[in-house]
Write a protein that binds this ligand. Structure first.
Ligand code: NDP
Length: 285
């Protein structure tokens, strides 16, 4: 079997075009969706991600408020900025780019964002709502993964789903979302015994590890849907967590890197921000 490509770049462009149209309608009501992005320090990868987010905002017709703070910023200074943005009616979404410098505790900072403005879906309230199966601001990468999976038309209910990686931003939430779709979910991590054995059972295999070409063809079941979340910067360029060519020979669907999950993450961030702007408009918030 040769896999069909799950084209995140194309799907993300379609979603962004539809968001742009909705923004025009909102603007007629006097509402401009606003996203505030906070970048502390000068981590090169973070700068690239923040640049992509700003570009996405501007293309969609959003107001983009970029706050670049020096790497020496104290936690109190960052919390003061978040307080200000929490109260600002022109700001519908607040995103703090991770990682943060050592002197700042990310959990304290993420919990300081008003849950309604937490468009990254990292606030404990939103995580709790996700666990409880209640409507929540869903984290962008997992939300994008689910959108890609659903686009295959393959029902997720009853499928064996194996997620490799248990981070709070990808592995755990994507596992919860797959569970909410009634998949039977296994989460693997660095202490998992016989990881390949688990992976080989998967109808849906999500790799969110951060290790180049970790998932090899012998770990993949014939006909599986393979989602590669990994972004590994090697000298040869960007490489995913999946050994793409040999795995694509076995899978039914596969996401490329780049052009798979990555573009969907930004589209979902815009979607979450738009939804909050629509809700704020409806409630006069
Ligand atoms: P983390 O480093 O937070 O988590 C990695 C996970 O992989 C951990 O749970 C870890 O297990 C597990 N792991 C590491 N080594 C092994 C191993 N040898 N065997 C099994 N499991 C292992 O990473 P993230 O979840 O933040 O990101 C994962 C990847 O996805 C990265 O490449 C990142 O760049 C990319 N990413 C891509 C996004 C996109 O938009 N496309 C968005 C976010 C991330 P343990 O918990 O036991 O340590």
């Amino acid at each position: 079997m040769t896999a069909k490509i799950l084209d995140g770049k194309k799907m993300s462009a379609e979603i962004r075009a539809s968001i742009k149209e909705k923004v025009l309608l909102l603007k007629e009501k006097g509402i401009v969706p606003g996203l505030a992005v906070i970048l502390v320090g000068d981590n090169p990868a973070s700068k690239v991600y923040v640049g992509q987010k700003e570009k996405g905002c501007l293309e969609a017709g959003f107001a983009s408020f970029l706050h670049r703070l020096p790497g020496t910023t104290s936690q109190e200074e960052l919390l003061a900025l978040i307080d200000k943005l929490n109260a600002d009616k022109t700001v519908h979404g607040i995103l703090v780019q991770l990682p943060l410098p050592r002197q700042i505790d990310p959990d304290t900072v993420l919990a300081a964002i008003r849950p309604e403005k937490d468009v990254d879906g990292f606030h404990p309230v939103n995580i709790g709502r996700l666990v409880a199966g209640l409507p929540a601001s869903e984290p962008c990468t997992p939300k994008g993964i689910l959108r890609l999976l659903k686009s295959t038309g393959i029902p997720l209910s009853g499928k064996e789903a194996v997620v490799i990686g248990r981070s709070n931003i990808v592995g755990k939430p994507v596992a919860l979302m797959l569970l909410a779709e009634s998949a039977t979910v296994t989460i693997c991590h660095s202490k998992t015994a016989d990881l390949a054995e688990h992976a080989r059972r998967a109808d849906i295999l999500v790799a969110a590890i951060g290790k180049p070409r970790f998932v090899t063809a012998d770990m993949v079941k014939e006909g599986a849907v393979v989602i590669d979340v990994g972004i590994n910067r090697l000298e040869e360029g960007l490489v995913g967590d999946v050994d793409y060519e040999p795995v694509a020979e076995k899978a039914s669907w596969i996401t490329p890197v780049p052009g798979g999950v990555g573009p969907m993450t930004i589209a979902m961030l815009l979607e979450n921000t738009l939804e909050q702007a629509e809700k704020a408009g409806a409630s006069g918030r």
